[in-house]
Design a protein around this ligand. Structure first.
Ligand code: ADP
Length: 189
């Protein structure tokens, strides 16, 4: 199985590039952010997730891990999965390793999109116009998401680096250029 963790700060282009990878390699794309946004906003779980995501805070690990595992289990015959926005904490990375190892598989690689902070902020502000996402519209919430990334999520790269699975990719350039950079790393494996 080709299990790709697509990593990077908010606004790095994970969602856009996931679509390209999905098409090219025939993978299942799982974005925990998309899964949370698709929950019924009136349900207990939907309300809980929204109470964190609207502020730019992480949804608690137990909830996120359960949701991710349920989502992966919907695709028992997948030839591979792109994990977009997961794992975002070291505890989530450990849980994913355990979950995949019970299935006789493992994370193949982490592709980490590297984009400077100023560029992220301008991309997110521009995206707010089309996404309608509350967490894209407010500069303070954007800053909180970036800080949360730096404090809680960036260490996840070290987790995969220690396993020799980390690949950093320059995330600045045209969408096509970045797609090609990702393809080159995957094809070289
Ligand atoms: P972005 O990468 O643009 O910040 P996402 O769509 O990936 O946006 O995530 C939106 C929000 O959903 C996050 O700010 C967070 O509240 C929640 N979320 C998504 N994935 C996770 C995760 N793995 N762990 C905890 N919270 C998450």
């Amino acid at each position: 199985m080709l299990n790709i963790v697509l990593f990077g700060p908010p606004g790095a282009g994970k969602g856009t590039q996931s679509e390209r990878l999905k098409e090219n390699y025939g993978l299942v794309h799982i974005s925990t952010g998309d899964v949370f946004r698709a929950l019924d906003p009136e349900s207990e779980l939907g309300k809980l997730a929204k109470s964190y995501s609207d502020k730019g805070n992480l949804v608690p690990d137990e909830v996120t891990i359960e949701i991710l595992e349920a989502e992966v289990s919907k695709h028992p015959n997948a030839k591979g999965v792109i994990y977009d926005g997961f794992p975002r904490t070291t505890a989530q990375a450990e849980a994913l390793d355990k979950f995949l190892s019970a299935k006789g598989t493992s994370v193949s690689m982490m592709l980490s999109l590297v984009v400077p902070e100023e560029e992220l902020k301008s991309r997110l502000i521009a995206r707010a116009e089309v996404s309608g996402r509350k967490d894209d519209a407010d500069p303070e919430i954007i800053q909180n998401r970036i800080n949360t990334y730096n404090n809680s999520t960036a260490p996840v790269a070290d987790f995969y680096k220690a396993q020799g699975k980390l690949h950093e990719i320059d995330g600045v350039g045209s969408i096509d250029t970045i797609t090609q950079r990702l393809f080159d790393v995957i094809d070289a494996q």
